[in-house]
Design a protein around this ligand. Sequence first.
Ligand SMILES: C[S@@+](CC[C@H](N)C(=O)[O-])C[C@H]1O[C@@H](n2cnc3c(N)ncnc32)[C@H](O)[C@@H]1O
Length: 369
Amino acid sequence: MPSPSPMPQASPPGGSAAPRDRGEFLLAACQGGAEEELCRRQQAVLPEVRRGAWRRGAVTFRLPVGFDPPDAFFPDLVFARAMIRSLGQVTAATVPDLVAAALHRAGPAAWRNVHVWPRDPRTDADVTGIRAALLTALGLAPDTAASAAPGDLVLDCVIDTADRWWVGWHRAATPASCWPGGVYPVPLPADKVSRAWLKLDEAIASFGIPLAPGERACELGAAPGGSCQRLLEAGLEVVGIDPAVIDPRVANHPRFTHWRKRSRDVKLREFRGFDWIVSDMNIDPVSTLEAIGRIVAEAGVRPRGIIATLKVPTWPRAEALPEWLTTFRQWGYVPLVRQLSTGGREVCCYATRAGRGVSPPHARRRPGR
Ligand SMILES: C[S@@+](CC[C@H](N)C(=O)[O-])C[C@H]1O[C@@H](n2cnc3c(N)ncnc32)[C@H](O)[C@@H]1O
């Protein structure tokens, strides 16, 4: 095992102290089925830790002796929706007994929020009632917002089964770490034309993507039009490229144009002047990268950012993730990647032009990685 790097303790904003027992494990939550990919990524970027227990949607990692990461520690595991310090499990037959056991396990600390989330979203649990009981027991306001504020010390209760919870904590910092279980807390509004609206909305919030009114974006794989709808709402001029039909709510928008063809049938010079390239095609990741690469290689085409969904046909294909990221770098872009909580078996890659100094909140990570 490589020797653990010395990690300075982050100074807690507001001076709120973490629990004295900081926990010997990390617990990472992921999409059910992505556990192996999460561990593969851990071996690459966080080789100091050893895999502990795992279940569908959650993997624990034992921290080596003397390795005490900062409170707000979110290594770039891509497939980890949430990352907490685990203090272990509690079991009891009733919610009041589980609450008492969880608080005993957590010990005193300057808790500012409570996140209650099921390990498996299919688990039937009274998340609201359990959180209310924990807030009351901790003396926190019953109307404490579900999303934490950056800097908040958060008590995490991960519901494994009705009678067993994992207890842990983290300090909120990145946008996703403010959301319970790292799950984007916005439901799909009824007037949106597809779930892609929500995926792009989460990507914008998660990466802090600075879309500005008046900028121009084109989307490869635009139909039926949810992401274009989100781009239009941000005030952009939008071109949607797709041989399929665009929903009239988007197609009839005065700032929208539909190029009804495949991306490779668009003349390269027509891509000049776009500030953003968005891609959400239901094709292999290598084909998606070829389609984008053909565009950004064209003289005069230099978008400030690329927001690309890379669909992973089978989980083992995600092993090629480092090569996909290298491709972005070869184009002169700095990629950040994350499996969004609202997406399927895919990753969202947000890449900004190298040297533009954009430092999205998601980018906070350990030096040298
Ligand atoms: C997941 S859907 C896109 C959803 C869309 N982004 C939205 O916001 O509603 C994938 C789309 O990719 C399109 N597509 C696949 N290959 C394409 C290509 N080579 N060029 C353009 N569109 C393509 C398909 O026609 C399909 O409409």
